[in-house]
Structures are given as C-alpha cells and as structure tokens.
Design a protein around this ligand. Structure first.
Ligand SMILES: NC(=O)c1ccc[n+]([C@@H]2O[C@H](COP(=O)([O-])OP(=O)(O)OC[C@H]3O[C@@H](n4cnc5c(N)ncnc54)[C@H](O)[C@@H]3O)[C@@H](O)[C@H]2O)c1
Length: 449
C-alpha cells in the first residue's frame, strides 16, 4: 500500500472564527442568569431517551441540581423522562425551550444524535449557558472548531460526555504513561469490535414515522428525507453518514481519549483509511484508520496511531517486538488500546485496568493510587465555581477534530489526507474539504455554524 498524496494542494477559505469575531449577532444575547430561588443549579436536557436518560439520572444525582426542563422530539421518551422529573417543563423543540426559559436555566445537557450536538450546544452557548455535550463533540470537523472557539471566547464551562475519562483505570493509565513506565511511545493500536457501519445501498423502505416522533425536528439541520423504520431512530442513525460518525466516532472517541490525553497529542499530520469504496449512505462496516501525529515529550519523534473496527476486530497485530521481551502472542479484549513503548507495552482494555508487558519486567512497577471521578458532577461543580472539568471543549474539540478527520478519510479510501489544523483544511485533496462542514437546512441555521 502506498501513501502518496494524489492531488496538489488547493487553497480553501479559512473557516474558523477570529478571536473577538466569534459570532455574528443574531438576536441571541448571553443571558445574565437570575439566581435560582433555592440556590440550585437548574438544568435543561436535550434528548432524554437512550443515553440522554442515563445522562439525566447522573446529572440529577448531584445534590445541588434541579432538573428544570426536558426536551425530546419523541413524545414517548419525553413522557418517560417527565414521569421521573415531574417538576420539569417539557418541550419538543430545544430552540423554543431555550428561548422561552432564558435565565431560568443555568446549564444545558445535549444527548441527541451526533448531527444535532453542534446546533443544540451552540444555541445554548450563544445564550451564555455552560454545556455538557455527548460524544463525539460534533458530527463535523468545522463544528468542533466552532464550539471550542465560542466556549473559549465566552469563558463557558463545558464537558464532553466521555465519562470513562474520569474513571480510576483511565486516569491511572495516563499517569503511568506520563511517568515513562514503558518509555517513549512510538505506536498506539486501538480497536472496537462494534459495527456501527452500513454497507447496503440507498434506503427504500419508506414509511410514516411513528406518531410519537416529530421527524422534521429529528432531522433538524440535515436534508429532508422520508422516514425508514429501524434505520435512524432510535440508535441506528450512528451507521448513517448524515447523522452519525460510524464506529470510529462512536467508540473511537472513548478508546482514543486515553492515548490522546496521556501522550498529549495535538493535531495529526495526516489520516488514511482502508475501507470499502464510499456508498454515500452508510459508514463502512469495517475500517482501518491510520494517523501520524507529531512527536511529544512522551513519544518518539512521531506517533503512529492505528484503529480497527467492525466485527473482525481485534485484528492480528503485526508487531516487531524485541526477542528478549519473550512476548509471542497477545490476548486482546474486544475493545481497547495497546501502547507500544521503547521499553514495553501497555494494554488498556475498554474499560479496565492497564496491563504492562512483559509481565516479568513490570511485576514490581508502581501503580499510582487515583480516585474514581464523577464526570457529570465535575461539570456541575465547575459550573458552580468549584474545580474544573477535565474534558472541556478545549480538550474535546481537538480530540474530536482528529477523529472526524478519520471519518472524512473513509470517504477516500487508501488516500492519505494531509492535514493543516491551523487552516482547518486538507492540503492535498480539495474534495475532502467539502466534507468538513455541511450546509444546514433552511430554517435550522445557527449563528457561528
Ligand atoms: N458516553 C457514552 O458512553 C454514550 C453511550 C451511548 C450513547 N452516547 C451518545 O449519546 C447520544 C445519543 O445516543 P443514543 O444511543 O442515546 O441515541 P438514541 O437515538 O437512542 O437517543 C437519542 C434521543 O434524543 C432524542 N432526540 C433526537 N433528536 C432530538 C432533537 N432534535 N431534540 C431533542 N431530542 C432529540 C431522541 O428522540 C432520543 O430520545 C449520541 O451522541 C451518542 O454518541 C454516549
């Protein structure tokens, strides 16, 4: 396989916002928050079925939280969540909810399908609200850059929903890598045996949406189309290019998080996917994505990251390990990451304790004591002025941009996409730049996106 860039660089316009020019005025003003009468932190939740239900429970478990409002485009799901939070106002359109409640809300939780993360989060942020947003931060690279920029410009407390980021095993793995236990890391392999892809052709089984679902609002910013049962709502939208980000965006963001944080990676130099030819309908069911990152103080002069997904993962890894390590085979879990250092290996199952290899070499290695954090409460506390979040959009933005570059790359199999993060553009394949952002449907425009 060769990695030759196949097209000459072509300049594209700079998308991203300059400091101080963050958002054109569109009638949204940062809301001066009226203190809640009981001193509680009042939350509004967008998407309350599926993971949104779990997010709602976890946020509501904070003693200082009052669930003020619930929003879902599926009335059955809204009713189920509402039955548990009887004091909360109910809405089906988040724009109406945020506009009507204004300063009666202190923070917003976004747990919708991926394509609605950015429009919902940005709408809240433009009103000056702190946001907890599910992963991956956005559906598109451009959106990730914009959320991060606006959060920074407005000084908002943010957190991306990668709750395992705060778990003791992942925190321990970060510390161990950063103390140099396996030496400079040259490669990371990561994989998920989940299959959030769809290799079939265009969908044709059109039917009326269920009575409980407002299909137009579910589509939101995406182009209009007819409803197909079991293809989109709930959950399966992940497989479709217009709504989800495939297994790489879905699971990769969890599994890549620890290497990204531990190695203090920045923007990749390039990404390249090996997968079937694009169908323009679904994400590939089987993907290999390779990235090169510039070296950091925890790596060799560059870091190669290779991702495998689909039912065939974990793959046989072709590793050239020193003979005296005595490692002849590796037992890999269904999902996880393997750090390859100059002095050893670290296997990080998803989700589990880091394992150092060769075992004989590391039998006495120190394992730092770290506490399990509560990722959700960390956000609430930070919003209330106590501590900081660990996966704010300053961190989640670049992590998501890197992952989404791989998602774009799977539309151009076997082509290395050379990446200029400063200019937010692929320098050698103009067609790839067209996929960094999409046009929002008329009536769903959001300032800054
Ligand atoms: N952090 C994790 O471990 C984890 C696990 C699962 C899912 N997720 C993330 O959570 C998000 C939701 O995934 P899911 O599996 O729950 O999907 P889902 O389709 O099961 O649920 C999405 C919910 O959002 C509602 N919704 C859709 N569009 C909406 C809109 N415009 N306004 C209000 N509500 C809307 C749906 O009706 C539904 O209740 C995704 O971003 C996914 O990546 C994260």
């Amino acid at each position: 396989m060769t990695f030759t860039p196949n097209q000459a660089p072509r300049p594209t316009r700079r998308f991203f916002l300059q400091a101080g020019l963050a958002v054109p005025a569109l009638g949204y003003l940062p809301a001066a928050r009226a203190a809640s009468p009981n001193g509680k932190f009042r939350t509004a939740h967008i998407g309350v079925g599926g993971m949104g239900g779990a997010d709602l429970n976890s946020i509501a478990s904070h003693a200082q939280v009052e669930v003020a409002a619930l929003c879902d485009v599926d009335s059955d799901r809204l009713a189920a969540a509402g039955a548990k939070h009887t004091g909360a106002r109910r809405f089906k359109d988040y724009r109406e909810m945020l506009s009507e409640l204004g300063d009666q809300v202190d923070g917003v939780v976004v747990s919708t399908p991926d394509h609605t993360h950015a429009p919902a989060a940005m709408t809240a942020m433009l009103q000056g609200k702190p946001v907890y947003c599910q992963k991956p931060l956005t559906h598109e690279v451009f959106e990730a850059r914009q959320l991060r920029t606006v959060a920074k410009d407005k000084g908002l407390v943010t957190q991306m929903g990668i709750q395992v980021h705060s778990s003791a095993p992942y925190r321990r793995a970060v510390q161990m890598i950063q103390t140099g236990v396996i030496g400079p890391v040259s490669q990371v392999f990561a994989w998920s045996n989940k299959n959030w892809g769809y290799d079939g052709g265009p969908l044709t089984n059109f039917q009326s949406p269920p009575a409980s679902l407002d299909w137009d609002l579910w589509l939101g910013t995406a182009a209009e189309r007819e409803f197909v049962p079991s293809a989109y709502h709930p959950g399966n939208w992940r497989k479709m290019i217009d709504f989800g980000t495939g297994t790489l965006g879905d699971m990769g963001v969890h599994i890549f998080d620890t290497p990204y944080a531990a190695l203090e990676l920045t923007a990749p130099r390039w990404a390249m996917t090996t997968s079937r030819p694009p169908t323009h309908v679904g994400h590939p069911e089987r993907n290999v994505v390779r990235y090169e990152f510039p070296g950091t103080k925890h790596t060799t002069d560059k870091l190669i990251w290779t991702w495998y997904d689909g039912n065939w993962a974990p793959p046989e890894l072709d590793l050239d390990l020193p003979r005296d390590w005595g490692i002849s085979s590796l037992q890999l879990p269904g999902q996880g990451a393997l750090f390859v250092g100059e002095g050893g290996l670290m296997l990080l199952p998803h989700v589990g304790e880091p394992v150092l290899m060769p075992e004989t070499k590391f039998s006495g290695a120190a394992r730092p004591e770290v506490a399990n954090g509560n990722h959700y409460h960390e956000w609430v506390d930070a919003c209330r002025g106590e501590g900081k979040t660990s996966a704010g959009f300053d961190y989640a933005g670049p992590l998501t941009e890197a992952l989404l570059l791989g998602v774009v790359a799977n539309r151009f199999p076997d082509q290395r996409l050379m990446w200029d993060a400063d200019d937010l553009r692929v320098t050698n394949l103009a067609a790839a730049n067209e996929l960094l952002r999409s046009t929002y449907r008329e009536g769903f425009a959001v300032a800054g996106l």
